[in-house]
Design a protein around this ligand. Structure first.
Ligand SMILES: NC(=O)c1ccc[n+]([C@@H]2O[C@H](COP(=O)([O-])OP(=O)(O)OC[C@H]3O[C@@H](n4cnc5c(N)ncnc54)[C@H](OP(=O)(O)O)[C@@H]3O)[C@@H](O)[C@H]2O)c1
Length: 282
């Protein structure tokens, strides 16, 4: 059975994945920001007969919290088979974290990058470590402006969200390249996914216009959380992860990428820019 770290485990796609992975007998270290929701998840997993997930609390929009929880995770699990970067959100108006980063960029991109960076040694200690990141087809709405990564000049909720999901795909490509090139990590793989449009709490914590329009779209077209978690669970557990290294998947098949999401030079630049923001070595 695998040791799996899963962020965004208290709701939606992540919660469904946690329920299924626990029911399959995996050891889960679940990261959430709300103790009540974490406790409910532990109860629901054990009620279904799975091992109790180990809860870790962190606000992943803050780098200092990512660092603290990474240290706790690292001590609890010296070898990690799978890290699932899944926590994410959309914000209809621009807001900044207490550390001065634009919130979407901080939560949806910087947290993925930093948590992965800090847990790489643990992933390398597993026989077949993997990093699975929840991206989105919404990357097509995004565009990386390296002169304004914090979106101070122009902000739209969907545009900045799309850019953060574009960043997840570029992160996965550059991570895959680096893992393969590093003699310590040739056995570690990275992949990302579009879960589909899924009826979760996604978008609910926003002003009336955005939350009502997303709710209406969910009623009309959204997938169930079970279907939404399927590709994530598959990437986390299916055999032969090397065959999916660096890829973006939807419904267990390669997904469609925009030209910008295939730009390996942009992926390198984003990696270096993120390292500089976090203060970690590139
Ligand atoms: N739903 C879709 O149609 C869709 C489509 C494409 C991609 N995605 C992606 O799927 C992922 C999961 O989203 P979802 O649809 O399952 O949405 P969701 O139901 O809103 O779940 C989001 C999860 O992220 C957690 N989270 C949010 N802010 C956080 C923070 N500051 N620190 C720590 N955790 C935080 C939430 O914690 P709380 O429970 O405490 O709020 C929750 O567990 C996201 O990356 C999203 O971009 C979703």
């Amino acid at each position: 059975m695998a040791t799996i770290v899963l962020t965004g485990a208290t709701s939606g796609i992540g919660r469904q994945a946690a329920l299924s992975l626990s029911a399959a007998g995996h050891r889960l270290l679940v990261v959430g920001r709300n103790d009540t929701l974490l406790e409910a998840l532990v109860r629901d997993c054990t009620a279904r007969g799975g091992p109790a997930p180990e809860p870790f609390r962190a606000d992943l929009s803050l780098m200092r919290e990512v660092r603290r929880v990474a240290a706790e995770l690292s001590a609890a699990a010296p070898a990690i088979d799978v890290l699932v970067n899944n926590a994410g959100a959309i914000f209809d108006t621009r807001r900044e974290t207490a550390e001065g980063l634009e919130m979407t960029f901080a939560l949806n991109h910087v947290a993925y990058w930093l948590l992965t960076r800090l847990l790489l040694g643990n992933l390398a200690a597993a026989p077949e470590g993997r990093v699975v990141s929840t991206a989105s087809a919404a990357h097509a709405r995004g565009h990386l402006d390296f002169a304004d990564l914090q979106s101070t000049r122009r902000y739209t909720g969907w545009g900045v969200y799309g850019t953060s999901k574009l960043a997840n795909i570029l992160f996965t490509r550059e991570l895959a390249r680096r893992l393969s090139a590093d003699p310590r990590t040739p056995h570690v793989t990275a992949s990302c996914l579009h879960p589909g449009f899924v009826a979760t709490r996604f978008g609910d914590d926003n002003g009336l216009l955005m939350s009502a329009s997303i709710r209406a779209a969910k009623v009309a077209t959204a997938l169930s959380e079970e279907k939404g978690a399927d590709t994530l669970i598959w990437l986390a557990t299916a055999s032969d992860p090397a065959s999916r290294h660096g890829g973006f998947f939807e419904k267990r098949r390669p997904g469609t990428l925009t030209a910008e999401a295939r730009d390996d030079e942009a992926a390198r630049r984003l990696w270096d820019a993120t390292a500089a923001i976090t203060g970690e070595p590139a």
